[in-house]
Design a protein. Sequence first.
Length: 273
Amino acid sequence: MDAQKAHPLAGRRIVVTRAKEQSGGLLEHLREIGADALEFPVIKTIPPKTWDEIDGVIAELSHFNWVIFTSVNGVEYFWQRMTELGKDSQAFSGVKTATVGSATADSLRSKGVEPNLIPVRFVAESILEALGENLQGQRFMLPRADIARQSLVTGLEERGAIVTQITAYHTVVGGESGINPSDLLQLLQQGQVDVVTFTSASTVRNFAARLSSVSSKPLPELLKNSAVACIGPITAGAALEMGLKIDLQPEKYTIDNLVVCISDYFNQSSATV
């Protein structure tokens, strides 16, 4: 096989900002096709201070019509408590489930629950489109991060649903591993970072926060020599709010498609040289 085809990202330095516990797949995939992938986790997830809220909804799970999981973390933290309480997938008997994204769906399947609804577009708003306008009296439960957007809750309530949202986990600024901010800043200023990847709105904001500890320059100035890759429109919206220009965004909002998008970006660039 041609070396360029086998390693299309050879010589490209790419920064991965995902949480350490979730970055492995992206780092591995990028490295497999030749990239120098740098780990710079800007977020990490931690359990809620108390499990009381989750325990309460687990005890009343059969009272809900729908449970909507909007992230893998939501599934994992919720199931962690389910297991500790001696519950399994049978607790979801008679309860419909919806997931945002294929990875979230796969996580739920691994627990023995097949999602009833996986919208084509991997954003929360697409669940509203799939559910329709009349949800009068239906009870929904959303186990999510403490910083989750409110658009889904608002949309459900506008359609007449009764919504219970619980904090399944907290998202905080990460940074105990990977390259340190000072070294990354030096690489950015020297134009030695080809791409910075963002996989959620919080990765954008926390990336800026971590670099602000070593530089007073605005984020667009720091990334002027690097391409910005966003996994989807919500992430891209946060980047635009920070003044960034979006260079790459896959049509399907998955890690695999993000890698393909980055690879295609450089292959097209090489072809035009």
